[in-house]
Design a protein around this ligand. Structure first.
Ligand code: FAD
Ligand code: SF4
Ligand code: SF4
Length: 481
């Protein structure tokens, strides 16, 4: 065993310093600071270099975690970056926003033995942030250029990972996106206090510098058809994510001041980029001075409550129909929200949105719940009690999850097969859809999921697209002989 590892008995687990709640709620900057080189080294050295590294099993990308921890503990950061970036297209982004407690860190052996997990995500972030600072992250220079091309619909993490993998092999790649910037939910969903935007922008710039073409403000199905994209490329990837907000069916839900979560977060993120938006300046999508109620218990709800705090809301309350132990959101984010002053009303479901005669929201009638039997997800089902309570509100944000848009209709392609929830169906061995030469990856296949899973899918789809293009090129060569 290397002498600079296995220090988990002597060295305590330590995350990078977290800014105190008062300081961090006055801006949208990330809440965690950076490790010093010594701190990163110390934390990496806690790893016990397990023969069977469970952490790697817990990582959807199967990252070679013990190897880059060892290299970091030996101050060999450039090599650590090379190992870490071999399996992950955006390690510093995953290091920031993966729910590590549910993935790599949750099953770390030393966590299981009661010593506190190795801070895998924070070390991963440190390694790649250092790589950017030192200029080790370079544009891609493929070993040879190929004439075949791929069209990728969607510049979120799934599409970007696929674009990078294909460009590495020398394919000509064009990414189409309806937004005006690349990154998908990395820029317009996830707030800056979890992921600062320049961290995403430098990734997009690197892909542009690598020869990948981006066509922004290009809504496929409206500005260009799927068929046109298929005609322009040898192979196509659909990585469009899921954007249809689930709605609540309660009286008063149509009142002014009731907002869908993603619209609210997108406006806030755009304002962070410096965009001048009427919806923000006229107060429609701005919580300043308001009593805000957010309905939902997932990560999107946590992002909304914490955004409202930063916008200067008078009060922020989160309603969730189950209890804390049964909520889907990350416990780390709930704790952060509580520190920042958010009030959680557990076992509370919305019964009605209350409003004035002019249809302006002024409260939420809340039905108190109790927990019954576990449902299909394993979590206990909420059951209504006889108690209700009214909570005052000037803004209500619905954060109840997302479903896929109707892609066969949007793309005018009825042969594109989707499942009963609207997710695109693929052959999981090839990632190919029911349309030959058209592949799919990320949330549009899995339903709302995680960034790291979108990267896994994007990489897998790119590999399959490469194999198909290689086979087609070979066939053409044979036919030409
Ligand atoms: P997306 O990121 O959604 O990207 C899809 C892209 O396709 C978008 O840029 C969109 O504009 C484009 N597009 C869609 N339709 C079209 C069209 N017709 N034509 C052209 N372009 C189109 N995951 C985590 O791991 N950690 C987190 O902390 C986390 N927080 C989240 C917070 C919020 C508020 C939300 C909503 C999600 C969060 N997620 C988080 C989930 C994560 O963001 C997604 O799982 C991930 O972004 C999915 O990647 P994707 O590439 O499949 O889709
Ligand atoms: Fe952990 Fe995510 Fe990094 Fe994998 S990609 S090691 S799950 S933080
Ligand atoms: Fe190191 Fe934990 Fe992974 Fe074991 S499970 S190799 S201790 S990070």
């Amino acid at each position: 065993m290397p002498e600079n590892m296995l220090k988990f008995i002597k060295v305590e687990r330590a995350m990078p310093d977290k800014r105190d709640a008062k300081a961090r709620t006055s801006d949208f900057d990330e809440i965690y600071g950076d490790y010093s080189q010594q701190a990163a080294k110390d934390q990496a050295s806690r790893c016990s270099q397990c023969g069977v590294p469970f952490c790697q099993q817990g990582c959807p990308l199967q990252n070679n975690i013990p190897d880059w921890l060892k290299l970091a503990a030996e101050d060999r950061l450039e090599e650590a970056y090379a190992v870490s970036s071999a399996t992950n297209n955006m390690p510093e982004i995953c290091g920031r926003i993966c729910p590590q407690d549910r993935l790599c860190e949750g099953i770390c052996t030393i966590e299981q033995s009661g010593h506190g997990t190795v801070t895998i995500g924070s070390v991963e972030r440190y390694i790649t942030d250092t790589a950017w600072e030192q200029g080790w992250v370079k544009p891609i220079t493929p070993p040879r250029e190929r004439t075949q091309s791929a069209g990728i619909i969607g510049a979120g993490p799934g599409g970007l990972a696929a674009a990078e993998q294909l460009r590495r092999k020398g394919y000509q790649v064009t990414v189409y996106d309806r937004y005006d910037r690349g990154g998908g939910l990395l820029v317009y969903g996830i707030p800056g206090f979890k992921l600062e935007k320049d961290v995403v922008e430098r990734r997009i710039k690197r892909l542009e510098d690598s020869g990948i073409a981006f066509k922004f403000n290009c809504d496929v199905g409206k500005d260009i058809s799927l068929n046109d994209i298929r005609d322009s490329h040898d192979t196509v990837l659909i990585a469009t994510g899921v954007y249809k907000a689930r709605d609540l069916k309660v009286p008063g839900i149509g009142a002014d001041g009731v907002l869908p979560a993603l619209d609210y977060l997108t406006v806030s993120n755009r304002v962070g980029f410096g965009d001048n938006l009427k919806a923000y300046t006229d107060g429609t999508m701005n919580s300043e001075g308001k009593r805000v109620v957010v309905i939902g218990g997932g990560d999107t709800a946590m992002d909304c409550v914490r955004t409202a705090v930063r916008q200067g809301a008078k009060s922020v309350t989160c309603l969730y129909r189950r209890d804390r132990a049964n909520m889907p959101g990350s416990q780390r984010e709930v704790a952060n929200a509580e520190e920042e002053g958010v009030v959680f009303e557990w076992l509370s479901g919305p019964e009605a949105v209350l409003h004035t005669k002019a249809n302006k929201v002024n409260g939420v009638r809340v039905r108190k719940m109790k927990l019954g039997r576990p449902d299909a997800s394993g979590r206990q089902s909420p059951e209504k009690t006889d108690d209700t309570v009214d909570i005052k509100a000037d803004m209500v944000i619905k954060a109840l999850g997302f479903d896929p848009e109707d892609l066969p209709v949007l793309f005018n392609e009825t042969a594109l097969r989707v499942n009963r929830w609207g997710a695109v169906q693929v052959d999981f061995k090839t990632m190919e859809t029911s349309l030959p030469g058209v592949y799919a990856a990320g949330d549009i296949v899995r339903g709302a999921s995680l960034v790291v899973w979108a990267i896994v899918d994007g990489r897998e789809a790119a590999e399959q697209m490469h194999l198909a293009m290689k086979a087609a090129a070979k066939q053409q060569k044979v036919a030409a002989q």
